[in-house]
Design a protein around this ligand. Sequence first.
Ligand SMILES: *Cc1c(COP(=O)(O)O)cnc(C)c1O
Length: 430
Amino acid sequence: MSQNDVLFDRAKQTIPGGVNSPVRAFKAVGGTPRFVTKGDGAYFWDADGKRYIDYIGSWGPMILGHRHPAVTAAVLAAVEQGLSFGAPTEREVELAEEIIKLVPSIEMVRLVSSGTEAGMSAIRLARGATGRSKIIKFEGCYHGHADALLVKAGSGLATFGNPTSAGVPPEVVQHTMVLPFNDIEALEAAFAAYGDDVACLMMEPVAGNMNFVRSSVPFMKRCRELCTAHGAILAFDEVMCGFRVALGSAQSLYAKEIPGFEPDMTVMGKVIGGGMPLAAFGGKREVMSHLAPLGAVYQAGTLSGNPVATACGLATLREIQKPGFFETLHARTRALIDGMTTEARAAGISFCGDSEGGMFGYFFMDTLPQNYVTVMTTDATHFNRFFHHMLDEGVYFAPALFEAGFVSAAHSEQDVADTVAAAKRAFAAL
Ligand SMILES: *Cc1c(COP(=O)(O)O)cnc(C)c1O
């Protein structure tokens, strides 16, 4: 019997579902989750000692791969100085300065410990700063599991409040509007009806929680125009795509297409912690000044700006600024997607994919989807069989078809070639 089965059975006795975050349980694809014993570079090993090429990278943070020497050294040095103080440290200031240098729309930033906390706090701040209650989000975009954001769209144009999770009272989400992604008409209708009550529009500019779906440039342009016209805050959730799709994050890509483009607020996480619990939200000085202790919007955290986490994040951000880092990462990720697409089509299978920087998505369909409803029409049977074939081959892709994938700087050309060769065998088996 596999040690993974032994551990999973044991875990299920004490941890709900055997996991501390649902997608790890393999519920969508079936089978037993792999218990990881160690990682190194582009690989991790499971409890049976089997090696996998890791394409989830802890769901995004591990952009340098596992055990990067500079990151490990920075963390060990920080540990030697003490784990947490609950008083300010210079390293928090350094990290704030680094984030602001790389993402110019951020003038001030507050550090927290998870993306959920950052998204939740950003919404509270937007509401406090505007004195308005309503928020707009898009179907298929995930902003953490704060109550007000766990909302699914019903049918119809601007749908308020159907909680996606039990335990969220309808009153808590009554101000949350959910719209289809990349749908300019629905967006215009929502702003026409409620625009002057909207505190903030929150979006993943490159959505990574419905696989991989970019906002179109015209859609983004309209989001910006309507927020500006109605005095609503445009908040980018770059927890996943921040420092992942480009050094300047996704907003730098849209700024190239739309002159003067900037969001008003940005939520960060994942890569900025380099694998430690660290996230942030920031934006215009005027908005951020509403935050306690300067202003009336309360927000706090015992471990916020933790000295070990900030050391890890700083070391990571320094590495990704090295010349050519994103060019190489982008080319390698693109080679993976192009290689898989070529092999799938040669095998007569409907398949397409997209990537930016070190983030990618692939779909068992002919053309790239533009929204959640279309993503969900992908062939789940093909996806699940492909996933398990690749897992057997020692390639660990995301265990659900609505998740994005990640390539790190530690993935070599050979790793990508091995993955494409394995995918060719998997497509033949389909
Ligand atoms: C992962 C993620 C979050 C939540 O971050 P946690 O650290 O898991 O709480 C929020 N928004 C987006 C876009 C994410 O990908």
